[in-house]
Ligand binder design. Structure first.
Ligand code: ADP
Length: 394
C-alpha cells in the first residue's frame, strides 16, 4: 500500500472502519463495532477473506477503537506497521465553512461541534470518534472529510430557501445536501465509463440506501441535490418521509399536541417506507409486494415515483443529461426499483435495456439510448481515503 489511510465512520453507537489505500482506493481490511456502551458489544473484523468476531463489552468509543487496534494485531498487519499516513473521519455536516477536507486541530474540533445544531444525530458522534482517535493515534494527522462538501457548488437558485432572511443569515438555513463523497465518486466513475472527463458530461446520481438522495452533477460540479438543511428532504427513504408540505408539522402539533421532538422523530424514524408498508428494509418490501401485500406494492410505487420525479426535474435542471447512475444498497441491487423509477422516461431520453438491467450492468440502457444508464457500486471510504491522501500531498 502506498498511501494507507484508516477511515473511521462513527455513528451514535457504532463505528465502521476500513484500512484503505488512498491511491488505489482499495480496502485491505474492514470492520464494524456495534452496540458500544451496551453489555453485548460486538466487533466484526474482515481481512483477506476471513471474518473474526469478538463479543465483549466496549464501554465507550475508546474501548471500541482499542479493540479495533487489537483486531489488526491479531489478523494481518498491526496498524503500527501499516505505514498509515492519516486517520480520516467521515463528518456529516460541514456547514458553510468546510467545503474541503481539513486536518483536525482543536479549533476545527470546536467548529465541528458548533455545527451540531444542524446535525444533532450525526456531528456529536463523528466528533467523539475524532477525539478518541486523536488520543489513540497522537502522531498521525486526523483528517475530517465532510458529507456536505461536494455540494458547496450548488448555486443560490437551488440552495436558498424562500424563507425570512434572518433564518438564512443568523441560523444557517439553506440547502447543504449529503452523501457528497458517494455522489463525487459515482459521478466521476460514470464519466470514466463514458470515456470522458468529468468536465465534459452531465450526470444524475441516485444514491439509494437506507438514506437516499439524488444529485445533478454538471461538468463535475454538484448543482442541485435532493437533501436539504438536513437529510430529511427529498426522496422517500427507509424511515424518513422525504418531501412533505411543511404545514403538516404545524397541523399535527395542533391536532395532537405532539412536541417538536416527537414530530422530528416521527418524520425521521417512523415515516418513509416503514410507515407505508410496515418494513423499512427494501428486500422485505419487495418480497412482501411480490407476495401480494398491497401496502408494500403501494409503498414501492410511491418510492419509485418520487425518484422518477427527481430524475425528470434534474434532466431539466441540467438542460439534458449524459448519464444516470444508480448506487448504494437499493440502487446497486434492485433491478425492480431501477426499472420502475425509469419507466415512462423514454421521451426524456432514457431507454432501459431490460436484460442488462436484470443482469446488473454496469451499463443498463440500450446502445441507442440518448442517456446512458449505469449501475455503479459506491466507494465512500475509498473516496475519503483518496481525498485525504490528496490533501496531505498538497
Ligand atoms: P446505508 O444507507 O445504511 O449505507 P445501504 O446502502 O447498505 O444502506 O442500503 C440498504 C438498503 O439496500 C436496504 O433497504 C436493503 O434492503 C437494500 N438492499 C440491499 N441488498 C438488496 C438486494 N439484493 N435487493 C434489493 N434491495 C437490497
Amino acid at each position: 500500500m502506498s498511501a494507507p489511510v484508516l477511515v473511521i465512520n462513527s455513528g451514535s453507537s457504532s463505528i465502521k472502519y476500513q484500512l484503505v489505500d488512498g491511491e488505489t482506493m482499495e480496502a485491505s481490511a474492514t470492520g464494524l463495532i456495534e452496540r458500544i456502551g451496551l453489555s453485548d458489544s460486538v466487533l466484526t473484523h474482515r481481512h483477506a477473506g476471513e471474518k473474526a468476531v469478538r463479543e465483549d463489552r466496549f464501554a465507550d468509543y475508546g474501548e471500541g477503537l482499542e479493540a479495533m487496534v487489537a483486531a489488526f494485531e491479531e489478523h494481518g498487519t498491526p496498524l503500527a506497521d501499516a505505514g498509515l499516513i492519516a486517520v480520516a473521519h467521515r463528518v456529516v455536516h460541514g456547514g458553510e465553512r468546510f467545503v474541503q477536507p481539513v486536518v483536525v486541530d482543536d479549533e476545527v474540533e470546536r467548529a465541528i461541534d458548533g455545527l451540531s445544531a444542524l446535525a444533532p444525530l450525526h456531528n456529536p458522534a463523528n466528533l467523539e470518534g475524532i477525539r478518541t482517535a486523536r488520543k489513540l493515534f497522537p502522531k498521525l494527522p486526523q483528517v475530517a472529510v465532510f458529507d456536505t462538501a461536494f455540494h458547496a457548488t450548488v448555486p443560490e437558485r437551488a440552495h436558498l430557501y424562500a424563507v425570512p432572511s434572518e433564518w438564512r443569515e443568523e441560523h444557517g438555513v439553506r440547502r447543504y445536501g449529503f452523501h457528497g463523497t458517494s455522489h463525487a465518486y459515482v459521478s466521476r466513475r460514470a464519466a470514466e465509463l463514458l470515456g470522458k472527463s468529468p468536465k465534459e458530461v452531465n450526470v444524475i446520481v441516485a444514491h439509494l440506501g437506507n438514506g437516499a438522495s439524488v444529485t445533478a452533477v454538471e461538468r463535475g460540479r454538484s448543482i442541485d441535490t435532493s437533501m436539504g438543511l438536513t437529510p430529511l428532504e427529498g426522496l422517500v427513504m427507509g424511515t424518513r418521509s422525504g418531501d412533505i408540505d411543511p404545514a403538516i408539522v404545524f397541523h399535527m402539533h395542533r391536532q395532537t399536541g405532539a412536541s417538536f421532538a416527537d414530530l422530528d422523530a416521527a418524520l425521521n424514524k417512523r415515516s418513509g417506507m416503514l410507515a407505508l408498508s410496515g418494513h423499512g428494509d427494501n428486500r422485505e418490501i419487495e418480497k412482501a409486494a411480490a407476495a401480494g401485500d398491497r401496502a408494500a406494492q403501494v409503498a414501492l410505487e410511491i418510492y419509485c415515483y418520487r425518484i422518477r420525479k427527481y430524475i425528470g426535474s434534474y434532466i431539466a435542471a441540467l438542460g439534458g443529461a449524459d448519464a444516470i447512475a444508480f448506487t448504494a444498497g437499493i440502487g446497486e441491487n434492485s433491478a425492480e426499483v431501477r426499472a420502475r423509477a425509469l419507466s415512462s422516461l423514454v421521451a426524456l431520453g432514457v431507454d432501459l435495456d431490460e436484460a442488462a438491467n436484470a443482469a446488473g450492468g454496469p451499463v443498463i440502457s440500450t446502445p441507442q439510448s440518448p442517456i446512458t444508464v449505469m449501475v455503479i457500486p459506491t466507494n465512500e471510504e475509498g473516496e475519503i481515503a483518496s481525498q485525504t491522501a490528496a490533501l496531505l500531498r498538497s
